[in-house]
Design a protein around this ligand. Structure first.
Ligand code: HEM
Length: 387
């Protein structure tokens, strides 16, 4: 790829980290006219923004992106815990957490491993197909976790992928229209499922429509981020082939590698916040409605002190098993990802399946993915692919 021109383009660049470092050296927070947004590059500023009560997940007066307004996808979007604030957020988040927490990570890892082994056994032996099948494992595992009957899981995975496609500002009219049908179908499935297999909202939890939206949301939140975690782990193994032998010998644990990838090369590179009112951030005056792009991936590589959490002295080094240190890979504050342990377990299960398969499979896939240097088009998710 040519020179990186802005932090959104950096998300899908082969190596965005020197660019992030250069941004950090110049400014912790700056205004980027190309994006019409403020950009937070330093860990301390990202942290402050994630905790700031005046910075919200949606622009003021715009609960749903204009392209989704008045559509089935828009109705689901507006009810997602990720897109809400205040008491509505707190109540739904409690219910979501109570649903995710009982899914023991060990069991989920085992299910992901089985799904991945099945995918590897069934797919045509092409890298592209193999990767696509592995990237679907998170959805199949989460669908199973929330009770979707076996015969419906592949369909649910496909429908979720269509819904997720329309959430990107890069998606065109065909993706938007496909997504409406997909959301309609998913809604119908969960609406019916609530009288049999689907988890009921915990008592005192959100009303039915909000709950259905958030069951769909659990799938959509799983989809790209966990695919990216799997892909970026493969790229890391391609970069450090010796690590594969250390994994095979049990010198390094799969979970240590996956968790280090979530810090060192996170699948969600940035997130956005919007000023609900005029406010000051890192000494800069922000007007109501202005956007701040928070570079989570840059913050993870910032060696400068931030808060009370341990600072990593060498954040650019990829060191599985390093002592716990600050990471924004799963966000922070009241919107911090509640699926972190499950995501790590699912990605770990997929790596376990690859380790158990024919030796050349993991090494080959990792090497070729690294060499491809390509990433799916996205403004925030870093998901390696074959062009
Ligand atoms: C099992 C897979 C996953 C599930 C079910 C899940 C679920 C969620 C949910 C429901 C939220 C919104 C929380 C709230 O608003 O209170 C969230 C936020 C978030 N998730 Fe996940 N997630 C998953 C995987 C991942 C992965 C693999 C990553 C990246 C390593 C990730 C990164 C994030 C981030 C950065 C946020 C915060 C967004 C923000 O505050 O702007 N998630 N996740």
């Amino acid at each position: 790829m040519d020179e990186i021109r802005d932090p959104v383009q950096a998300v899908t660049a082969p190596d965005p980290y020197p660019y992030y470092a250069a941004l950090r050296e110049r400014h912790g927070l700056y205004h980027e006219p190309r994006l019409d947004a403020w950009v937070a590059t330093a860990a301390a500023v990202v942290d402050a923004a994630l905790q700031h009560p005046g910075l919200r997940v949606r622009p003021p007066g715009q609960p749903v992106p204009p392209a989704l307004q008045g559509t089935p996808a828009g109705a689901v979007y507006a009810r997602l815990v990720r897109m809400s604030e205040g008491p509505a957020h707190a109540g739904t988040r409690r219910a979501v957490t109570q649903t995710l927490d009982p899914m023991a990570s060990g069991q989920v890892a085992g299910r992901a491993r089985d799904h991945a082994a099945q995918a590897l056994a069934m797919t045509a032996p092409g890298d592209r197909e193999r990767l696509r099948a592995l990237y679907r494992v998170p959805l199949l595992t989460m669908a199973e976790g929330i009770g979707v009957p076996i015969g419906q899981r592949e369909r649910v995975a496909l429908l979720t992928e269509r819904f997720v496609a329309c959430l990107s500002p890069l998606s065109g009219a065909p993706a938007l229209s496909e997504a409406q049908d997909a959301v309609h179908a998913l809604h119908g499935l969960f609406d019916e499922g609530l009288s049999s297999w689907a988890p009921a909202p915990p008592s005192g939890g959100p009303e039915r429509e909000t709950w259905i939206a958030n069951l769909i949301g659990l799938l959509s939140q799983t989809c790209d981020a966990t695919a990216g975690l799997i892909g970026n782990t493969l790229v890391a193994l391609g970069r450090e082939p010796a690590l594969v032998s250390r994994l095979r010998q049990g010198i390094v644990q799969v979970a240590e590698v996956v968790d280090e990838v979530a810090r060192h090369d996170p699948p969600i590179q940035n997130t956005r916040r919007y000023a609900a009112e005029p406010l000051t951030l890192a000494g800069h005056a922000l007007e109501a409605g202005q956007c701040v792009l928070l570079l989570l991936a840059s913050a993870n590589r910032d060696p400068a002190p931030c808060g009370t959490v341990a600072i990593d002295p060498a954040p650019d080094v990829f060191a599985p098993g390093r002592p716990p240190c600050r990471s924004f890979g799963y966000g922070a504050g009241h919107h911090r990802c509640p699926g972190d342990r499950l995501a790590s377990a699912i990605a770990g299960g997929v790596v376990q399946a690859l380790l158990a398969a024919q030796a050349s499979l993991l090494d080959g896939l990792a090497q070729r993915l690294l060499a491809s240097g390509a990433y799916r088009a996205s403004v925030n998710a870093r998901i390696p692919c074959f062009p």
